[in-house]
Design a protein around this ligand. Structure first.
Ligand code: NZQ
Ligand code: ZN
Length: 384
């Protein structure tokens, strides 16, 4: 096992009616900025529950955070937080709203151009405290220190991590997700699955506990994902998918093991250039990436084939091919298409994405830092 530091201070408040309990988590004297998205919370009762829980506190609302949150939108929120001496941020929404809130938390205290935090990897020395009410199980943002922000002007989508932006608490009430469109439930399953794979399908370092935990998340998503799509009001399957998504990216399964993340890096470029949903990009990239990198990932691919997909017949290369095909079939079966052409993205994207990564200096992706722009072209060609 590799050395690691593990810290996850996020308090999870899981279950029906838990939004009410945020009143115990935020100081009665706090000046709260409540951050939300395009309005889904006003149609599913979540907004009313949050307002009731905040009670007499001074609350300013900032709505309109879009999917793949934009720097240009958040600049106004940073200004509001500063000029109103906000001392607590409450994110109510999916990964985009939570990521946006983390960025506002870091940027409000930051001296200088907030985009430099992401573009120049400026350290975040302090941030406003924040909490979240999660309404979309997918990213794990509710239980981690990462945020991903898009600069619309430069067409860049950049991720960042800081211990300063861990939420103090996150409410996970599966009932808040019943109003999700099927497309977003599908996206969430694929995102959580891919987060797990990116920390599992690398090379063995004798970390059987991390392996077994990752395999448990993957098999649970395979079993519960289709159930939650078939019956969106099935509380039990939704609750299990929700907890899988948090567990997939809260640092636990990635501690002490190599991590890949090339699928995400390539995927972020597809979103920045072609506006695909985050999970759609992952469904396009991951199966082809596994195919191109199958030699270096061979041992773990064989383990994945056997333990996740019960594939034991055939020679090694047949078992690996079947496992990769099963992955793509699973994504398609939960409703996320796996080819660029499915999203009307033409072949010119292949070179464009590779060149963009090259220009950013992202020339050695993956757990061996050996995925070059030429390899990215090979991967995307297989996904055309
Ligand atoms: O904006 P509203 O009206 O709330 O609608 C949203 C949005 O249109 C809707 N939605 C959310 N909860 C709902 C709901 N609609 C009905 N009922 C509900 N309960 O869903 C749409 C998509 O929301 P969004 O937050 O964009 O989705 P997701 O949670 O998949 O977040 C995606 C973003 O997270 C980033 C992605 O890159 C992307 O920008 N990621 C963040 C990570 C992290 N912080 O650790 C890791 C991930 O790999 C990912 O990169
Ligand atoms: Zn993701």
């Amino acid at each position: 096992m590799q050395d690691f530091k593990f810290n996850n201070p996020v308090k999870i408040l899981f279950g029906k009616g838990q939004i009410a309990s945020i009143s115990e988590q935020i100081s009665p004297n706090a000046k709260v900025l409540m951050v939300y998205g395009g309005g889904s919370i006003k149609q599913n009762g979540v907004y009313e529950q949050v307002i009731a829980a905040l009670g007499d506190r001074s609350v300013i609302e900032f709505g309109g955070v879009e999917p793949n949150p934009k720097l240009e939108t958040l600049t106004a929120a940073i200004e509001i937080a500063r000029s109103n001496s906000i001392d607590f941020l409450l994110a109510v929404g999916g990964g985009s709203v939570i990521d946006a809130t983390k960025f506002i938390a870091a940027a409000t205290h930051f001296q200088g151009d907030p985009w430099d935090i992401l573009a120049k990897r400026e350290p975040v020395a302090s941030a406003l405290p924040l909490g979240t009410v999660l309404t979309l199980p997918a990213t794990g943002s509710e239980m981690n220190r990462f945020f991903v922000i898009t600069n619309d002007t430069t067409q860049e989508k950049v991720g960042y991590g800081s211990e300063q932006v861990f939420p103090q608490f996150s409410v996970l009430d599966p009932e808040t997700t019943f109003s999700l469109p099927l497309r977003q439930i599908s996206n969430g399953i694929v995102d959580a699955f891919t987060h797990t794979v990116e920390q599992y399908l690398t090379y063995p370092v004798h970390a059987p506990l991390q392996d077994r935990m990752a395999e448990s998340i993957l098999t649970t998503l395979i079993e519960e994902g289709p159930k939650t799509l078939a019956d969106p009001a099935d509380y039990e399957s939704r609750a299990n998918v929700m907890w899988c998504a948090s567990m997939a990216l809260n640092g636990l399964i990635g501690a002490g093991v190599p991590q890949d993340w090339a699928t995400h890096m390539i995927g972020h470029e597809l979103t920045a250039l072609y506006q695909l949903d985050h999970a759609q990009t992952l469904a396009v990239v991951l199966p082809s990436l596994l195919q191109v990198k199958q030699d270096k990932k061979k041992t773990k691919l064989l383990q994945y084939a056997e333990r996740v997909w019960n594939i034991t017949a055939g020679d090694e290369s047949q078992r690996i091919s079947q496992a990769i095909a099963s992955t793509a079939q699973f994504f398609a079966s939960v409703g996320v298409a796996t080819r660029l052409s499915d999203y009307r993205v033409d072949q010119s994207a292949i070179k464009r994405v590779a060149q963009k990564l090259d220009k950013q200096g992202a020339t050695g992706l993956g757990e061996h830092q050996d995925i070059s722009p030429t390899d990215v072209e090979r991967i995307l060609t297989l996904s055309a």
